[in-house]
Design a binder for this molecule. Sequence first.
Ligand code: PRP
Length: 285
Amino acid sequence: MSKLRIAIQKSGRLNEDSMQILKDIGISIDNGKDQLKASARDFPVEVFYLRNGDIPQYLKDGVVDAAIIGENVLIEKGEGIGIAEKLGFSKCRVCIAVPKSVKYGNIKDLEGKRIATSYPVTVQRFLEKQGVNAHLHIINGSVEIAPNIGLADAICDIVSSGSTLFKNNLKEVETILKSEAVLAVSPVLSEEKKAILRTIQFRIQSVLKGRNSRYVLLNAPNDKLKDIISVLPGMKSPTVLPLAEEGWSSVHSVISKNEFWNVIDDLKDKGAQGILVCPIEKMVL
Ligand code: PRP
């Protein structure tokens, strides 16, 4: 049986979360510290540990079949490569920043300026759309230092927490795109590999739904049940079980992680007591 070859970042911001999601979907592999390739013990998958910037080319060449990679890198270097799933981690944005001391009005202020970046294709496309001509200075790392050493007037790089910009006295002035880790797939896959990929996607979706949801258990007086249930969507409808104490029920439901605090406040106001909130490992719908 053939194996699906998946590339992940060898080291860097995506590595740990990529390893974690593979583990969560039941693909056990070694951590790749001293190796470039490892076979999963219990699934037809081989994992390649590669440099982030090289992964799009490996996908295009069909050296690997799929990859966990930042959407930003794919947009920069991976034309023609499809995205099978957005993975919800390593969120960042590709931004243009200038020194804090510079007065910035709008994008036209970049006309004729020097912009240091590791994302020349992305910046150039953005500037062209805006009708701005600038000189791109391509560097592969520590981009934020460029204005401080007189190499550029502005930079374009990924921003996550914003702390690197802050430490280098830069301010964000344009957001070109938002990015997160994705599962990217090679344009050419055999039917056998497509079937393996479908299983992986199904498992990833179950894990992501679980990560985005919370299991809620609470006690409710029976005369308030209707009110309480009205704020709990549940997967079909909430489960209601009688408590040993007469006149009370236990209510179980699933709520979205994002709505969690609002729903909890609502539940308390409506008379719910003893509210427990638990993480969900996987959700198969
Ligand atoms: C990226 C990017 C910035 C920094 C931004 O570098 O180049 O320097 O992260 O993150 P922040 O907004 O949270 O400070 P990374 O650490 O990925 O290493 P790299 O320079 O090798 O790309």
